[in-house]
Design a protein around this ligand. Structure first.
Ligand SMILES: Nc1ncnc2c1ncn2[C@@H]1O[C@H](COP(=O)(O)OP(=O)(O)OP(=O)(O)O)[C@@H](O)[C@H]1O
Ligand SMILES: Cc1ncsc1CCO
Ligand SMILES: [Mg+2]
Length: 288
C-alpha cells in the first residue's frame, strides 16, 4: 500500500527530528535566559572567577561565587543551577564541591562539571571521578580532559591546556556520556556535544579564544545558565551555550588587537547579541 505521505514530507519529518532548527533554538535559549536571569552558584578556580562572573552577567544570568563548605547547605537549594570547576583544587574546596553537588542532585537542580586538567595528577583525577559519581547534568572539558576522565588515567595533558583536538576525544566523550549518564561536551575548533548516542558539532568560535585564560571555564558556566533555563533539554542547552559563546568570540575578535582586548570585546559582544546575529551566525550540525 502506498504511503499517504509524499517522500518530501517524510524527509522533512526525519530532518526535523535529527536536526532541529538550531539557530532558532539558540536564540530561544538566550532570550529565555535574559527574561528569567537564573541564579548560578559557581565553585570555580581563582584564575577564572572574574571572567566567569562577567560572562554570566553579560549573558543575562545572575552569578554567585559561593564555595564555603559550611554555606552550601543553606545556599545550594536556592540556586537554579550549580557550576563546579576543579581548576585550583585543594582538599578544602573539594569537600565543598562534593557537598554542593550532592545537595543539587538531591534537590533536583542541574549541575555542570568542568574537570580542568583532569589527567594531571592522581589527586585531581580521583576528585573528578568522585564528582562524576554525583551525577552531573553536563561535563564540559577540552580534548585531553575528556580522554583522561573517560579512561580514568593520569597523563596525556599539559596542565589546563589540551594536547588533543576535540575530535580526538569523540569516542571518549561518547563512552563517558554512556557511563555517567551526563551530556558530555568537548571544546575546541569544533565543539562536540553528545548524550552517548547522538553527536552534534558547534562550529562557532575563533582560535584566539585559547589565548584568553578561562574561556573554557566561562563557557562551562554559560552551559550551566542555559541548562538552568530548561533542565529537561540539557543536550540542546549545551550546544546552544557553546554556539552563543563562540559567536561572541567571532564578533569580539573583529574589535580586538590581541587576547587582552578579545577578553573585553567578547564580553561586550555577548551582552549585545540580538536575534538577527544569532540566526545569521549559529552553526550547529550533526557529527558522526
Ligand atoms: N581552534 C579553535 N577555534 C575556534 N574556537 C576555539 C578553538 N579552540 C578553542 N575554541 C573555543 O574557545 C573556548 C575555550 O575552549 P578551550 O578548549 O580552549 O577550553 P579550555 O582548554 O578548557 O580552556 P580554559 O581551561 O583556559 O578555560 C570554547 O568556547 C571553544 O569553542
Ligand atoms: C591556568 C589555570 N590553572 C588552573 S585553572 C586555570 C585556568 C584555566 O583553566
Ligand atoms: Mg579548561
Amino acid at each position: 500500500m502506498e504511503n499517504s505521505n509524499t517522500p518530501s514530507e517524510c524527509e522533512s519529518e526525519i530532518h526535523q527530528e535529527i536536526q532541529p532548527q538550531w539557530p532558532q533554538k539558540v536564540w530561544e535559549f538566550l532570550s529565555k535566559l535574559r527574561q528569567t536571569s537564573p541564579l548560578i552558584q559557581c565553585i570555580t578556580n581563582f584564575v577564572s572567577m572574574d571572567i566567569v562572573a562577567n560572562t554570566l552577567l553579560s549573558a543575562g544570568a545572575s552569578p554567585a561565587m559561593v564555595h564555603a563548605a559550611d554555606e552550601v547547605a543553606d545556599f545550594t537549594p536556592q540556586v537554579h543551577a550549580l557550576y563546579i570547576n576543579v581548576g585550583t583544587l585543594s582538599d578544602h574546596w573539594l569537600a565543598a564541591m562534593k557537598r554542593a553537588a550532592a545537595i543539587a542532585a538531591h534537590n533536583g537542580k542541574p549541575w555542570v562539571l568542568d574537570p580542568v586538567a583532569a589527567g594531571s595528577s592522581g589527586f585531581r583525577l580521583r576528585a573528578c571521578l568522585d564528582l562524576v559519581q554525583l551525577r552531573p547534568t553536563v561535563i564540559r572539558g577540552n580534548g585531553s580532559e575528556i580522554i583522561a576522565l573517560s579512561r580514568a588515567a593520569v597523563g596525556g595533558t599539559k596542565g589546563a591546556d589540551s594536547m588533543h583536538d576535540s575530535v580526538d576525544a569523540l569516542e571518549a566523550a561518547k563512552s563517558l556520556a554512556q557511563s555517567s549518564s551526563a551530556i558530555v561536551a568537548v571544546s575546541g575548533a569544533v565543539d562536540i556535544v553528545t548524550d552517548g548516542q547522538q553527536v552534534i558539532g558547534a562550529y562557532n568560535g575563533v582560535p584566539m579564544m585559547q589565548k584568553v585564560t578561562a574561556t573554557g571555564c566561562s563557557v562551562t558556566a554559560l552551559i550551566a545558565a542555559f541548562v538552568a533555563v530548561d533542565p529537561t533539554h540539557a543536550f540542546e542547552a549545551t550546544a546552544s551555550a557553546l554556539s552563543t559563546f563562540g559567536i561572541a568570540g567571532e564578533l569580539g575578535v573583529h574589535m580586538a588587537k590581541g587576547p587582552a582586548s578579545l577578553r573585553v570585546n567578547l564580553i561586550d559582544s555577548l551582552y549585545g547579541l540580538d536575534e538577527e546575529t544569532i540566526l545569521g551566525h549559529a552553526k550547529i550540525s550533526p557529527l558522526s
